[in-house]
Design a protein around this ligand. Sequence first.
Ligand code: GEK
Length: 244
Amino acid sequence: MVKKQDALYATALDEIIDFRFDERVVDVFPDMIQRSVPGYATMISSIGVLAAKYAQANSHCYDLGCSLGAVSLAMRQRIRQTGCDIIAVDNSQAMIDRGQQLLASDTSTAVPVKMLCANIQDVTLENASIVVLNFTLQFIPLEERLALIKRIYQGLNPDGLLILSEKIAFDEQQRQSFHVDSHHEFKRANGYSDLEVSQKRTALENVLIPETLDCHQQRLKEAGFGFSDLWFQCFNFTSLVAVK
Ligand code: GEK
């Protein structure tokens, strides 16, 4: 696939509206996420590695907030257990339409992938061995996050795995500045201008609400997870695992 370059915020905009996962974003999404999320490629391939170990025969693996299905494809390439399927969900129809095209051109294995356009807060989660929220929980209203994590816990089988990747915030001012500044430097190193960085930050301000690592770990505990740990961090981008 040819990656179209993200230039959505390259020219000065009169008004910056809240970020939405529409057709314009879908068009440049692979380039945007790779140049904006430090460690994205490593996280995707590592999720495949974790899926190979944690997928249980005859169970569902969920990719919640799947965008174009990168996590689903990585899991599909690694899972060897029999009778598994992957259920990928996103509430952006534009993402699902493009994701389905990409999926159709992937014939890596026989693991079936079903892509659904739905709110992840409404989908039934059952008989799950793996649930992945790869940079999705951060878009769910704060007061609704615990209910979602509880439903995921209930839908997981014993020994089932949740992978939760999030952009995080820090309580200490110095840590917060270090990681935010480093992330902006990462974006500049990937060709984004200061104007692009600042307009995108404004567009995401009311849409992507980061929380501290401690907050995520407390919530996982409250939902019932006995074990959770940080397995990846690059600046303010992290990924946690939690096992039922
Ligand atoms: C990847 N996981 O490439 N229900 C369903 N989808 C939602 C909801 C919701 N309530 N809220 C947001 N989304 C992907 C990257 S992107 C992260 C995930 C980012 C969807 C939204 O439409 C978008 O496609 C995705 O969550 C977040 O590994 O762009 O920062």
